[in-house]
Design a protein around this ligand. Structure first.
Ligand code: F0G
Length: 441
């Protein structure tokens, strides 16, 4: 391939605000004209070489190949993200290819016939961020950057640190001190990131990072980076593939900085535009009550304006008051007809315990998706026979402090919506004592 060819010759960057075009991302990744967000525009001819059935067969067949780029659940769909000069040399930890589980008990409790969960927490660093990070870091390396950087509630930083290490790049992490789960902090240290715990919240970390970026040529891998969303959108393709291309009625995701919903929505729109699916599912976004700026924006301003909030929630991954991708998320809600709602701390905790009770571990933020689906089913927005898929965004071992507090009964003040604790039992080393605890009461 001609090394002087422009990057992503098939994929332009278009501003979602002024519609202007850009050829590369710089600095804060925003439009050089109006400062709004950029997104990759997939060429209408990108999939013209084969029929939809042939593409589907090729993408599936690549899973049996030994090549790293084929084993990646992102790069096996590389025709949908033509953003690298050399996709076969992508920095990959074999992200993606995550399972979909049925959750029969959760379904029954929500009054639904079936409920599925696509577990993005089963990515290499334990969160959905890996699918985007492989794209952004690969592109940064091709563009010759030395430093990567992000502000994070923990998962983006863990993911960036891992991919930076694989790429042999340096990386800077800004996280709010004391407000991220320890598992995530441990990962960034393990993977060798320069890790700064700032005495502020996530939104404060974003502010500091924007100044760092103005003063030093570091490559920003927060989700304002449009290449990251290209990687993350492949989860929608995988989801459809796993459902044998039957389009679910609803996809429900938790919302923080609102990039995941934006990326999945973009993926779905492209599948529709290229004839790979006949219709769209409704994509709904669930926020925590204490960190619900999008819910307010939809309710108070019909999605035309977003007023930042001071965010508070025990689901620390989504403790975000000023989400960067809110305009993209509004567009996805409008295009798919999805709902935007918030759930209480008790509802999140109930949902987390219910998912755990099915043998599936996830983060509190991920459990917000189930809490939201339950609410939407109760309101009649989701009908009992409809096909619903939750996206579980993070691994159960990321935030064990939350889970222990939940089951020891110390997470929340006892209230009707608090799950029954399942505390460990401490006993003498005596079989009789153990057997007695196994007797029904
Ligand atoms: N779930 C988990 C486990 C997350 O880590 C995040 C975001 C979200 C949901 C929300 O996704 O921001 O795309 O709407 N975590 C970011 C981070 C912000 O820094 O790790 P979103």
């Amino acid at each position: 391939m001609d090394p002087t060819a422009p990057h992503g010759a098939d994929a332009r960057l278009r501003c979602i605000g002024c519609g202007g075009l850009a050829t590369e991302v710089r600095g804060n990744c925003r439009c050089p004209h109006c400062n709004d967000l950029l997104e990759v525009e997939l060429d209408a001819q990108a999939l013209s070489g084969r029929s939809p059935a042939e593409w589907k067969a090729l993408w599936r067949q690549r899973r049996t190949s030994e090549k790293p780029c084929d084993q990646s659940g992102v790069w096996r769909f590389r025709e949908l993200l033509p953003i690298l000069r050399e996709p076969t040399a992508a920095i990959t930890l074999r992200e993606g290819n995550t399972p979909i589980y049925e959750l029969p008990t959760c379904a029954r409790d929500a009054g639904l016939h079936h409920l599925w969960a696509k577990h993005q927490g089963l990515n290499p660093t334990g969160s959905f961020k890996d699918t985007g990070m492989t794209a952004a870091v690969s592109r940064a390396r091709e563009d010759g950057f030395e430093w990567l950087a992000c502000a994070s509630t923990g998962n983006t930083s863990a993911s960036m640190a891992a991919y930076a290490a694989r790429a042999g790049m340096k990386c800077l992490v800004l996280v709010p001190e004391g407000k991220i789960a320890w598992g995530k902090l441990a990962q960034t240290l393990d993977f060798g990131a320069l890790t700064c715990q700032l005495r502020t919240d996530f939104d404060g970390c974003v502010r500091v990072l924007s100044e760092v970026i103005r003063r030093k040529p570091v490559y920003l891998v927060n989700s304002v980076n449009p290449y990251r969303l290209e990687g993350q959108k492949t989860a929608a393709v995988e989801l459809l593939e796993a459902m044998e291309w039957r389009v679910p009625d609803h996809i429900v995701v938790p919302g923080g900085n609102l990039a995941n919903a934006s990326a999945l929505g973009k993926g779905l729109m492209e599948l529709l535009a290229h004839g790979l699916i006949p219709r769209l599912p409704k994509l709904s976004i669930v926020q925590a009550e204490g960190a619900n700026p999008l819910v307010r924006a939809m309710h108070d301003f019909q999605g035309r304006e977003l007023v930042p909030v001071i965010a508070e929630t025990l689901a620390s991954a989504i403790r975000i008051g000023n989400p960067a991708s809110w305009k993209k998320a509004v567009r996805v809600l409008e295009q798919t007809g999805g709902a935007c709602l918030d759930v209480s701390e008790g509802e999140i905790a109930m949902a987390k315990a219910a998912i755990g009770g099915e043998g599936v571990g996830c983060e509190p933020a991920s459990a917000a998706a189930l809490a939201g689906a339950r609410k939407l089913a109760g309101q009649g927005f989701i009908m009992p026979r409809e096909m619903v898929v939750l996206v579980l965004t993070g691994h159960g071992l990321k935030d064990t402090d939350y889970t222990l507090a939940l089951h020891r009964g110390s997470l929340l003040p006892a209230a009707p919506q608090t799950p029954s604790p399942r505390p460990p039992v401490v006993l003498e080393a005596d079989a009789e004592a153990v057997l007695r605890t196994m007797e029904p009461e």
